[in-house]
Write a protein that binds this ligand. Structure first.
Ligand SMILES: Cc1ncc(COP(=O)(O)O)c(C=O)c1O
Length: 481
């Protein structure tokens, strides 16, 4: 299991952060115990009991940390862009000021050490063998480009043969699919998509389809060179049994396995020894409270053909991926430097990031079930296959008939009702009667309140009551003209 870093173990690693990097809440009210003090008229002469004050962050402190969020929006979409609390934004600004106050001093004395410190904390947290296995990059998209660029070179340099295969899920993230097209297909690779049924009913369905795809990849004496496996798919959102799929890849002789775990850290279990992939990336700005944008890319030291480079080449080319990536030209590195402050922030919660993750999961499942009951629908997968996001069926009478309908409905919910939630179109299968064709992906993060989900429930119920259907919504291109 990954290590959970206590404040004590943090302190031993945490020695580069500028002293001005604090977790002070810079806005909003500070709660006091006065709220709970008996007033004069109710005061008795009984001896006072000692006060039990919680060592953890209070609800009003959490509210202050997110006081920059638009109060008019039920933001139940943490999955897309994550969130960053005010204390972390303050720490980030301090790093930015440190740079701007004396850039040369910062460059020569602080930057490398600061990034190494962040990588070291991540290394412990994800249970990697060595800090050299951990690189910080901008985002999961960049991490995918690093891995796929290496596959493209393997085709070009004759390590792979034309027609060798790469396997990925049908539900792989759109931008990553484009990257596979740009690097693998253009290099002569054959791309196989693993079809998955939705709603998902069991892990076994996924495993069976994955095995079939590998078989196809190996037909005619070809080799499967790369498997790209999501840990938590984006749309529809489901937790994929990565550990099992990586093991199958090993048994079937797949050369390299890349896990696109853009959502994973802070949202599901992340342990490099247990998962066993060659490459694994997770954003830190989605579920780990970093500001945009930062992700880690783990690269197993013992991997075959490991010739990884940052796509933006700069002075450090050839010095190892982690060092190359720590300087890709003049830019703002502050999102990478606040990682120690984020560990401090999450340790203000009971159970740290693990506790946050567990509570988010329990809450999102509870809210998903509440919505499904209110609308007479169902969840998109069993609760144990959900992370901090759940797919909830929308009433069929909303008439969601295309991807374009989902976008129009999402815009309508945002613009007219202040509800932010992504929607997935699930085409009806032949012979299905009154199928659910739209699923909302709801997220739960520490700033969410039950009222956010009640607002969504009531808006949808009112739309249904008013006889609304997506056919009534105009195309944006038409609306704008
Ligand atoms: C599965 C998956 N992969 C990759 C990405 C890309 O993340 P980013 O835009 O931060 O690079 C996302 C974003 O939501 C995602 O869900």
């Amino acid at each position: 299991m990954p290590l959970s870093l206590s404040s004590k173990s943090m302190a031993s690693i945490h020695n580069h952060t500028p002293t001005t990097t604090t977790t002070t809440i810079t806005n909003g009210t500070t709660p006091t115990d006065h709220d709970h003090e008996p007033n004069e008229t109710t005061q008795t002469h009984l001896p006072k009991k000692p006060k039990l004050s919680s060592p953890f962050i209070s609800p009003s402190e959490i509210q202050s940390e997110f006081s920059h969020h638009d109060p008019n929006v039920a933001r139940i979409n943490n999955g897309s862009f994550g969130c960053s609390p005010r204390s972390i934004l303050a720490a980030q600004q301090q790093w930015q000021l440190n740079f701007l106050s004396q850039p040369d001093h910062f460059y020569f004395n602080d930057l490398k050490g600061g990034i190494l410190q962040s990588r070291t904390l991540i290394k412990h947290f994800i249970n990697a063998d060595h800090v050299d296995e951990v690189t910080l990059v901008d985002n999961a998209t960049t991490a995918a480009a690093i891995v796929l660029q290496q596959s493209a070179w393997s085709f070009r340099e004759g390590k792979y043969n034309k027609g060798d295969a790469a396997v990925m899920l049908h539900y792989a993230y759109g931008a990553v699919k484009k990257s596979v097209e740009a690097y693998i297909t253009r290099s002569g690779g054959f791309v196989i998509e693993v079809e998955l049924r939705f709603p998902v009913t069991s892990v076994d369905d996924i495993v069976t389809e994955f095995r079939k795809a590998l078989e196809r990849g190996k037909s005619d004496g070809k080799k499967v060179r790369l498997a790209v496996i999501d840990h938590v798919t984006s749309m529809p959102s489901v937790v994929i049994p990565v550990k099992q799929l990586v093991k199958i890849c090993r048994e079937e002789g797949v050369d390299q396995v890349f896990v696109d775990a853009a959502h994973a850290i802070g949202c599901t279990d992340v342990d490099m020894q247990e998962i066993g992939a060659d490459f694994y990336t997770s954003n830190l700005h989605k579920w780990f409270f970093c500001p945009p944008s930062v992700a880690f890319l783990y690269c197993r030291k013992s991997s075959k053909f490991c010739d990884l480079h940052h796509p933006v080449v700069s002075h450090e080319y050839g010095n190892g991926l982690a060092i190359e990536s720590a300087w890709i030209g003049t830019r703002d590195y502050s999102a990478q430097l606040v990682v120690p402050s984020v560990f401090e922030f999450v340790n203000r919660f009971e159970g740290g990031i693990e506790g946050i993750k567990k509570r988010n999961h329990a809450s999102v499942v509870e809210m998903g079930e509440m919505l499904a009951k209110a609308w007479g629908t169902n969840l998109g997968c069993p609760p144990e296959m959900c992370s901090s996001m759940v797919m909830v069926g929308l009433p069929a009478c909303l008439g969601i008939c295309s991807d374009s309908d989902t976008l129009k409905l999402r815009t309508h919910l945002r613009d007219k009702f202040g509800v932010e939630v992504p929607i997935y179109y699930r085409p009806p299968k032949h012979g299905e009667v009154d199928p659910i064709t739209g699923y909302a992906r709801i997220s739960h993060q520490i700033y969410n309140k039950v009222a956010d989900y009640h607002k969504f429930r009531d808006v949808v119920n009112n739309l249904v009551g008013d006889g609304f259907t997506c056919a009534l919504l105009m195309d944006h291109s038409v609306e704008g003209s």
